[in-house]
Design a protein around this ligand. Sequence first.
Ligand SMILES: *Cc1c(COP(=O)(O)O)cnc(C)c1O
Length: 434
Amino acid sequence: MTPLEYDRAFIWHPYASLKDAPPVRMARAASGVEIELEDGRRLVDAVSSWWCVAHGHNHPAIVEAIRRQSEKMCHVMFGGFTHEPAVVLAEKLASFAPSGLDRVFFADSGSISVEVAAKMAIQYQTALGHPERRRILALKGGYHGDTSLCMALSDPDGMHTLFKGIMTSHFFADKPSCPFRGEWVPSCARSLANAIDEHGAEIAAIVCEPVFQAANAMNFYNPQYLREMRRLCDECGALLIFDEIAAGFHRTGPRWAQDHASVTPDIMTVGKALTGGHMTLAATLASARVADTISNGRPSAFMHGPTYMANPLACAAACASLDIFASSNYATNVKRIEDAFAKRLMPLKSHPNIVDVRVLGAAAVVEVERLPSQADISDVIDAHNVWLRPFCNFIYAMPPLVSDERTIDRISLAIMDLAGRPPGCAPSDPDFHE
Ligand SMILES: *Cc1c(COP(=O)(O)O)cnc(C)c1O
């Protein structure tokens, strides 16, 4: 058996079957914006390997930070120990985050950081004497991860419908319909206000992906929505949780997606680009009010603690990544990426089979009636040497933030080629994931 044959027979890939799985490519190296295949071909990673490789693959400063930390200590349990990479990272994160979010819980993946955020909100309400506030209000079209509680907070008609009912059901407001650019229409937040009117006394927190609903909708919505959300939370005594795992770290332009609205949450989750895509790490940041209330409650301890919490290698990688964020001018480069995508892709809007084209920051989405066939997708990837991973009815790019104009042009040409291919037959086994 070749390694590829073994992989095909025995190893699950994300949201894939172990029978008739679409082919995977053998990657052997990666640097900058490119992934190198076994046969030496190099593909532009237009997906930033699921949105995390912000500074490019194998950034020398991050690789060096991991190497140096590995010589001292790869891991130590965080129960009863602390270490320099964790402390330095907590300080760097607090100064990088919106002010007031300086209490940190290190998680080992984005999903876990969302679970932690929801548990914090519930423990906070319990400590305040509101044990009846145990449910979360989330948005249709949202995505917050694949673990059980995260599934229960993601679009109820999205990729997790198979598991409906295994968790407490939470409350949902309509997907924000008011686009990022354009007039704010107050009725856009009506469903949110209605849900609070109806269930406010049971709600511990409201959670959303600020401005950019990614994996379930690829929807850029009006920042005013976040201000309404903040106001409604304050009125009803619910906490506000922003999941910045996809949209944070300049993906939509400014450092945080919430910066478009100048609204700050009580709890915020970060992941994906935190280590620049070099190690798995996420964090839940909370305000002093949230932390103090939990600490004054009973139990005083916050009840979560993963085995690999604050893994030193991952923290070292994140410290180096945050240094790069701090010393780079990504806001400017992301604007350049946005302009280049808009110039190339907006004209597709008038084409048949194309429902909409949206660009915000370093994220470009071509929504089609139906995706081309898997064979056409593969053909476009190979013809342009550009790695694309369309899903549902979205052809999209979220390239590394360091991408230059030539790279964006190459990605755009591949997307234009793909969007021009005929729609495939209705998928029998849809690839729902990002
Ligand atoms: C990817 C993602 C998650 C889950 O992160 P994992 O690291 O895959 O567990 C949660 N929320 C948002 C908004 C995401 O994009």
